[in-house]
Design a protein around this ligand. Structure first.
Ligand code: GDD
Ligand code: MN
Length: 378
């Protein structure tokens, strides 16, 4: 381990010359190949005066991790093996709960995150940061070569999606530092998947996030757990964060998009139903039926996408309320469609688009606000 020895020499001692107490939380799944080197390098910090405990939260890897840690029997290392409620984010939360020191560090097991950066994390926390991130994308930070183009693009896209929530350069990082009080102040934690750092920055309402440059190494042992499922989970996570942090916009934007889709549906229904049953039923009835079907379309989508919190409520009652509230714009729409369509059946769908557009423009804010408060009880 020539590398580790070289790193050890560059490790800083606690600034005050005394000891500093740090809990290091490491989530693991099948990382037995990396743990000896990780432990050796963390021990290097202990050698120069850091009072450090290591909490490994393992999701029942059965790869020899348990035997390894029991065999070492170091009193500064704690292994917690979970058999239920698995997953990276919940593992990190379990470890943070068990930590006994004031300063908390979270890092990967595979040595992508250099333990020798921990003193820099502590320095930032001491300097007033609520939250510290080990960052590849600030000056001095870097990523070891060998990242494929795909992984790189992936990481960039994910980073851009996190922009509405935080301005930090590397919000995808899993190398984190925080005060215990920050952790205690977290509210509504609801993470899915991998990005517990992003979740904590948002839900702990961290104002002062600092980034410590790190060199992100490619893992030498074991395999990455970054799968397609992790990426889908990330989309769900971003959606939940948006609904939490920007509830109005997250409701109104889907409402407007569903409304626009409804205009297309309405025109299509007018064309199809008008063509099939126009002569039989008369245009008025075709318009009424088209309007009702379109409202069902809007209702079904809005209930899921714009008024997500009311998904469990009574759909029948909600639908009646929804129709009642849309009544005025709908009447406008009916009247416009009818006036423009007159005798010419071919012009009806176009008239429908105009009518629905005018109705929607008139009613969109009212419909949204009233649906939100009266029908879906926000
Ligand atoms: N307990 C537990 N349960 N640990 C897990 C699980 C799980 O389900 N899945 C992964 N881990 C652990 C791994 O054992 C490793 O220590 C750490 O979480 C990160 O997993 P990797 O598989 O090495 O992730 P990565 O290399 O794709 O992602 C890294 O880069 C990202 C930035 O691009 C990690 O550092 C991420 O935290 C980081 O966000
Ligand atoms: Mn990794």
């Amino acid at each position: 381990m020539a590398d580790a020895r070289k790193d050890k020499m560059t490790v800083g001692s606690p600034a005050d010359g005394g000891t500093r107490s740090v809990s290091v939380i490491v989530p693991t799944y099948q990382e037995v190949g990396s743990l000896p080197a990780l432990i050796e390098r963390l021990d290097g910090l202990r050698q120069v005066g850091w009072d450090l405990e290591l909490i490994i939260v393992d999701d029942d890897s059965r790869d020899g991790t348990l035997e390894l840690i029991e065999g070492l029997s170091h009193d500064w290392i704690q292994l917690k093996v979970r058999t239920e409620d698995r997953g990276l984010s919940t593992a990190v939360m379990a470890g943070l709960d068990d930590a006994s020191h004031e300063l908390l560090i979270v890092m990967d097991a595979d040595l992508s995150h250099p333990p020798e950066s921990i003193p820099a994390f502590v320095q930032s926390l001491d300097a007033g940061a609520d939250f510290v991130i080990g960052s590849r994308y600030v000056p001095g930070g870097s990523t070891e070569d060998g990242w494929g183009v795909l992984r790189w693009i992936n990481s960039k896209v994910a980073t851009v999606m996190a922009r509405p929530f935080t301005k930090v350069k590397d919000p995808m990082s899993g190398f984190l530092g925080l005060h215990r009080s920050t952790w205690r102040g977290a509210s509504d934690l609801d993470p899915v998947g991998y990005k517990i750092g992003l979740e904590l920055i948002v839900k702990c309402r961290c104002g002062n996030v600092m980034e410590v440059p790190i060199h992100f190494s490619t893992r030498r042992a074991g395999e990455s757990k970054l799968t397609l499922k992790v990426q889908r989970d990330y989309l769900v996570h971003i959606l939940r964060l948006a609904r939490w942090k920007y509830p109005e916009r997250s409701s109104f934007i889907p409402f407007a998009i569903v409304g626009a889709s409804g205009i297309g549906i309405y025109a299509g229904l007018l064309a199809v139903l008008g063509g099939l049953f126009g002569n039989l039923l008369g245009m008025d009835l075709v318009i009424v039926i088209s309007i009702l079907l379109t409202m069902c379309w809007n209702f079904t989508l809005d209930r899921k996408l714009a008024f997500w919190w009311a998904k469990e409520g009574q759909a029948g009652l909600q639908l009646l309320g929804f129709i009642a509230i849309c009544a005025i714009p709908v009447l406008v729409n009916f009247w416009v469609t009818r006036t423009f369509a007159v005798e010419d059946q071919m012009a009806t769908p176009l008239a429908g688009v105009i009518g629905a557009a005018i109705g929607s423009a008139l009613g969109i804010l009212f419909n949204w606000g009233a649906s939100r408060f009266f029908v879906f009880n926000r």
